[in-house]
Design a protein around this ligand. Structure first.
Ligand code: HEC
Length: 217
């Protein structure tokens, strides 16, 4: 039964292929008639396309204005002369000293208050106003024995921080002399270098008594 249908189909197809020329033209003209003719004139494009184009323009605008160096012709010029308007980075010993202070934090604490009975305070300490000669000696060579700070007596050992550079010692002292309400002049690298040159190598830490004798004021 199904085979019968099959052969019928074949026959029909054969018939169609066997059409006369005018019949083919007839069919074609029928098909052509059913298609809409293209019209002349303006048709609004689909909204989604319009929005996509707007989005693209917006993005491109941002992209160009962000990465064009302000449309200045000389931004990529390696030989560009300085206009003098750029701010030179100045070295701030107090800022630098805050980082070096990490070497002191374990004992004198972040707030500079030290630990009662063990580590004397640097905040408000009457020793902070002493000359850089005294302070640099304490940091580079250490301190031991009795010391009176703000009327309190301490008797402990501060290990020498001889591995710090002159610049770092100057920075950390500048910081401690201007932190937590302290207000003293900054200490320079040259002052610290002078101390190191004057003392040379020294194995035993200073004592407060020795420093007070050597630098009475
Ligand atoms: C290991 C703990 C320790 C560290 C680290 C330490 N100190 Fe001290 N510091 C002491 C002790 C203890 C004394 C008191 C010593 C004594 O009893 O003779 C002292 C005393 C001082 C004093 C004199 C007294 C005062 O309170 O003003 C100064 C100034 C000072 N230290 C600064 C520093 C600075 C700056 C650093 C970091 C670069 C530092 N110390 C790191 C333990 C320490």
């Amino acid at each position: 039964m199904s085979e019968d249908k099959h052969s019928e189909d074949k026959e029909m197809r054969f018939d169609r292929a066997d059409l006369e020329d005018h019949e083919v033209q007839n069919i074609h003209s029928q098909v052509g008639r059913e298609k809409e003719e293209p019209k002349e004139g303006f048709a609004f494009p689909p909204l989604i396309i319009v929005f996509m184009c707007m989005g693209l323009c917006l993005w491109a605008g941002f992209e160009i204005s962000h990465s064009s160096g302000g449309f200045k012709w000389d931004v990529y010029d390696p030989d560009k002369k300085s206009t003098g308007k750029e701010v030179a980075k100045v070295y701030d010993p107090i800022k630098a000293g805050k980082r070096v202070y990490n070497n002191c934090i374990a004992c004198h604490q972040a707030n500079g208050m030290g630990v009662p009975g063990a580590f004397p305070p640097l905040a408000g300490s009457d020793w902070m106003g002493k000359s850089p000669d005294v302070l640099a000696r304490i940091v580079i060579y250490g301190l031991s024995g009795e010391i009176v700070v703000n009327g309190e007596t301490y008797n402990n050992v501060m290990t020498p921080l001889s591995n710090l550079s002159d610049k770092e010692v100057a920075a950390v002292l500048s910081y401690t002399r201007n932190a937590w309400g302290n207000q003293y002049s900054i200490v320079t690298e040259e002052e610290v270098a002078a101390v190191r040159a004057a003392v040379g190598s020294r194995s035993s830490p200073y004592t407060a008594a020795e420093l007070l004798e050597q630098f009475p004021d």
